[in-house]
Design a protein around this ligand. Structure first.
Ligand SMILES: Nc1nc2c(c(=O)[nH]1)N[C@H]1C(S)=C(S)[C@@H](COP(=O)(O)O)O[C@H]1N2
Ligand SMILES: [Mo]
Length: 209
C-alpha cells in the first residue's frame, strides 16, 4: 500500500468523483493524464455490451445450488444483513490499480452461514446480470476474512458502471475475480471456469506479494 502524497491524491480523486464534482476536465487537467494513470484512478472494465441494467424493483440476489437453505434477497434485504466495512487495494491484472478503496457490504462468510452449503459443496460461482460474466472461488477462499460482496464504494452506492447493485470484492486476487452486477451466488461441487479464465487467465488469481 503506497503511503504519502500519491495515495492522498488518489483518495481525494476518488472522493471528488463520488461527490460528482470532477466534471471530467478540471482535476484531470490539473493532475495531468500521465500522473492520474500512474497513481491509479478507476477505469471501467466491462466486457458486457451493453452494460447490464439494474432495476431496484425486479432485482434479486439468488443464493442457491448445493445449499440447505436457498435464498432470494431483494436489494433492501441485502442491505439489512450484518454489514462490514473494509479498506483495501484493488489491482487489475492489466497493471492498473487503486489504493485504499473503502467498501461496505456483507462478508461472504455470512452468506455461507445463511445458506448452509451441503457437505459436498466445494466452490461458488458468481453470476452477473446479463449472464455474460461469471467467476468462481473455492469455499475456502470465500471464507477469507477480507472476502466480501459490496454495495457501497467509498461511502456511496456503487455507480452503474462499477456494478450497481453489488460486486464481489476479493482484495488478495486480481480484479477479474470480482464480478460486478452480482445476481446469483451458486454453490457447486466443482470449480466453474469464469469468463476471463476461459480466455487464459488463472483461476486462482492471487496477487504476488
Ligand atoms: N460483470 C462483470 N464484472 C467484472 C468485469 C466485467 O467485465 N463484467 N470485469 C472485471 C475486471 S477484469 C476488473 S479489473 C474489474 C473492473 O472493475 P471496474 O470496472 O469497477 O473498474 O471488474 C471485474 N468484474
Ligand atoms: Mo481486470
Amino acid at each position: 500500500m503506497t503511503q504519502g502524497p500519491a495515495s492522498a491524491a488518489i483518495r481525494l480523486f476518488s472522493r471528488a468523483r463520488f461527490l460528482g464534482v470532477i466534471a471530467g476536465g478540471g482535476l484531470l487537467a490539473f493532475l495531468g493524464t500521465r500522473a492520474v494513470a500512474s497513481m491509479g484512478s478507476w477505469r471501467i472494465n466491462t466486457v458486457e455490451r451493453p452494460r447490464p441494467l439494474f432495476d431496484f424493483s425486479t432485482y434479486r440476489l439468488t443464493i442457491d445450488g448445493l445449499v440447505e437453505r436457498p435464498l432470494t434477497l431483494t436489494y433492501d434485504e441485502l442491505r439489512a444483513l450484518p454489514a462490514v466495512r473494509q479498506v483495501s487495494d484493488f489491482h487489475c491484472v492489466e497493471g492498473w490499480g487503486i489504493d485504499d478503496v473503502m467498501w461496505d457490504g456483507v462478508r461472504l462468510q455470512s452468506i455461507i452461514d445463511l445458506a448452509r452449503p451441503a457437505a459436498r459443496a466445494s466452490h461458488i460461482t458468481f453470476h452477473s446480470l446479463g449472464a455474460t460474466y461469471r467467476d468462481s472461488l473455492s469455499l475456502e477462499q470465500a471464507r477469507l476474512p477480507d472476502a466480501m460482496i459490496a454495495y457501497d464504494m467509498d461511502g456511496a452506492p456503487l455507480s452503474p458502471d462499477h456494478g450497481l447493485p453489488l460486486r464481489v470484492v476479493m482484495p488478495r486476487m486480481f480484479g477479474y475475480k470480482g464480478a460486478k452486477w452480482l445476481t446469483r451466488i451458486e454453490f457447486r461441487d466443482v470449480q466453474d471456469t469464469g469468463y476471463w479464465e476461459q480466455r487464459g487467465w488463472k483461476t486462482d488469481a492471487w496477487i504476488p506479494t
